[in-house]
Each structure stands twice: as structure tokens, then as C-alpha cells.
Design a protein around this ligand. Structure first.
Ligand code: PLP
Length: 354
């Protein structure tokens, strides 16, 4: 039997998912009210669910993960502060310079490939009270780390880094856009992974498959501050329960199935490695992201042309560097789709044109 493979296999991101029929029903049935009066029951419910999930006092619903990151920066820093971030972080590379424009902070990247240990934190912190150095006031962690290939921050290293930050009076922010992927992959609870952070961001519109929305969770006091900065950013909404209902649905139905996305990423990586034109650090394929390199050899295209040719054959990807490409698995791609995509990708990497 020939299994059905869709005409287009979209591996650009886990943001491309369509709401499922069940999610659409939850949206249609959502009770709503004016959230700026605190009267949207669906938003309130989602905020309570996420606070419970992450074991925090409170949580706030925002339109996007970028806004969650930006609001967190505002809530935890002052203009002129220095913020320690992992290399290749979303907050530095994917937010069009917003950290500088909104919070007025500068970033110092520490560690390697998205992770860092306690020493890297200590070395990164500028000498406090110094006449020339900016005050380092915040540590950002990205778990999972997108550009490093969806890797999970190793837990012992993480607690060391957080302790070092605390010893020096830094606040800590977790960009957990894909925190539930980290939880499923590591077998640790979301609350466990969120512990030790002042604020935690969590995206509903990535692997969880909701059409929009992210959360910020933390103490009641910090969430109240975040509430103000959300308004300041123009992110306060009205009958937002229409969106929040999709988020609640995703938390109830789409968390355990992230394991399928992780299996599919493994499958995709394994299939890609069957040729010798693509290199992948298999150790980095821990969740739903496969970042791979096209080898430097005659006939093997660079990332731009590879992505272009794949698109012509119905496989959608993102170039992440000169010879680096990212593929992301999600709700709307099957194992069969990954196999079919890998076959096309291998042929194109090989210089074959059919
Ligand atoms: C996608 C992403 C965000 C931002 O989410 P948007 O909803 O697209 O603004 C933040 N951090 C990380 C690590 C992400 O991958």
C-alpha cells in the first residue's frame, strides 16, 4: 500500500501547524470576556493552568514568544544593563534588535552551542560597581536551544549556572518557547525545568500547535510588572479567550505527542545521514529540530540553493548559515513524510536533478 504523502512537506518550523479539528471546536466553544478587565474566563483558566504546570504563583498570556521575551527583559533589567545569553540565542538573533530598542540592554554571549557552565557565568559577569563596566543583572537560558539544534540544557550544568548567577545577584529568565519539548525529552517535569528562574516564557504556537500565544510565568509580583509591560508593548488583548482556548486545548492534548515529533526528527536525521553529503551531530538531535551541514565539496549546493531546490520539489526548509540548514518536525508531518522529505533532500545534496 502506498501511504499518502502530502504534496508539500513543511519542515521550516513547528509554527506552521494548522489547528486540529478538536482545537477548532475548543475555540468555537470558548467562553470569553474582556481580558483587560480580567474577565475572560478562558484566559484566566489558561493562566491558572500554566501557573500550576510550572509551579509558579501566576502566569500571563501574551500574543507571542518574542513579546514574552521582551516583556521579561523589561521586567528584570534596567536600561544600560548587561544580560548574559547563550550563543545563538533567539533574544539576540531573532527579535530584530528589540532588546536594545525596548529594554535598552546589551547582551554578552557566553558558553558554546547554546549551553554554559557556572564558570562561564562567573567569567561573563562584569566586575560590579566598576567605573567603566555595565552592571550584569540577568542570565538568560534557552531550553530547548533552537539554533543549537533543539538541545536540552543538561540539568547539572544548569543548576550550577543558576547558582553562580544567584551568588552574584543576577536574576534569571528562561526562554522556554520549547520547554515542553525539553520536558518530554528529558523526562523531567516542566516545573522542575522552570525551578530557579524568576520568569519563564513558554510558547503555545510552536510544537504545541496553537495558532498564537505565549505565556510568562513567575511570582505574582513579577507577573504584575509583566502585565504592565505587556500593555506598554501593545500586547493587551480583549476577548483573547478565543486564542487562550486553543492554548488550553494544546496543553491537554498535544504535550505527550511531542515524543512523536522527537522520533520523527531522529528518523529524519538517520535518513539524511545515509548519504555522505550531509553532516549532522546526532548528539544535537534531542528533540524536534535537526540542524545539519552540507559538506564542502564540488557539486554539493550551499544552504541557499539547497533550500531553493528542495522547495521546488515540495520540501520546505530554512537556511541557517552558509552551509547550515534547519528542519523542524511537528504535528503536521508524519514519519512517512519525513522519509519522503529525506529522500528528496539526499538527492538534492547529491547534486542529482530529477
Ligand atoms: C520561536 C521562539 C521564540 C519567539 O516566539 P514567537 O511567538 O515566534 O515570537 C522565542 N524563543 C525561542 C527559543 C523560539 O524558538
Amino acid at each position: 500500500m502506498i501511504e499518502h504523502v502530502p504534496d508539500q512537506i513543511d519542515l521550516r518550523s513547528d509554527t506552521v501547524t494548522q489547528p486540529t479539528p478538536g482545537m477548532r471546536r475548543a475555540v468555537a466553544d470558548a467562553e470569553v470576556g474582556d481580558d483587560q478587565y480580567g474577565e475572560d474566563p478562558s484566559v484566566n483558566r489558561l493562566q491558572e493552568e500554566v501557573a500550576r504546570l510550572l509551579d509558579t504563583e501566576a502566569a500571563l498570556f501574551l500574543p507571542s514568544g518574542t513579546m514574552a521575551n521582551q516583556v521579561a527583559l523589561r521586567a528584570l533589567t534596567r536600561p544600560g544593563d548587561d544580560v548574559l545569553v547563550p550563543t545563538g540565542s533567539h533574544v539576540v538573533l531573532h527579535e530584530t534588535g528589540a532588546g536594545a530598542a525596548n529594554a535598552g540592554v546589551q547582551f554578552s554571549a557566553i558558553g558554546d552551542r547554546g549551553v554554559f557552565d557556572a564558570d562561564a557565568v562567573r567569567v561573563g559577569i562584569k566586575p560590579p560597581g566598576h567605573i567603566v563596566y555595565p552592571p550584569t543583572t540577568l542570565l538568560v537560558v534557552e531550553n530547548t536551544h533552537n539554533r543549537a539544534g533543539g538541545i536540552v540544557f543538561p540539568s547539572v550544568m544548569l543548576s550550577g549556572a543558576l547558582n553562580a548567577a544567584r551568588e552574584h545577584g543576577l536574576a534569571a529568565y528562561l526562554d522556554g518557547a520549547r520547554l515542553l519539548n525539553a520536558s518530554i525529552a528529558s523526562g523531567r517535569s516542566p516545573a522542575d525545568l522552570a525551578r530557579g528562574f524568576d520568569l519563564v516564557g513558554l510558547s503555545l504556537s510552536k510544537g504545541l500547535g496553537a495558532p498564537a500565544g505565549s505565556m510568562l510565568a513567575g511570582s505574582a509580583e513579577l507577573v504584575a510588572r509583566a502585565h504592565r509591560y505587556r500593555r506598554m508593548a501593545g500586547g493587551a488583548m480583549r476577548q483573547a479567550g478565543i486564542l487562550a482556548a486553543a492554548g488550553s486545548y494544546a496543553l491537554a492534548h498535544h504535550v505527550d505527542r511531542l515524543a512523536d515529533d522527537h522520533d520523527n526528527a531522529q528518523l529524519l536525521a538517520g535518513e539524511l545521514l545515509r548519504g555522505d553529503d550531509i553532516e549532522i551531530d546526532l548528539g544535537s538531535v534531542q528533540t524536534n529540530i535537526v540542524v545539519f551541514d552540507l559538506v564542502e565539496r564540488r557539486g554539493v549546493p550551499d544552504a541557499e540553493s539547497f533550500v531553493q531546490r528542495c522547495r521546488e520539489r515540495g520540501v520546505l526548509l530554512n537556511a541557517f548559515g552558509q552551509r547550515t540548514v534547519r528542519a523542524v518536525t511537528h504535528l503536521d508531518v508524519s514519519a512517512e513524510g519525513c522519509r519522503a522529505a529525506a529522500k528528496i533532500m539526499r538527492a538534492i545534496a547529491d547534486g542529482a536533478r530529477s
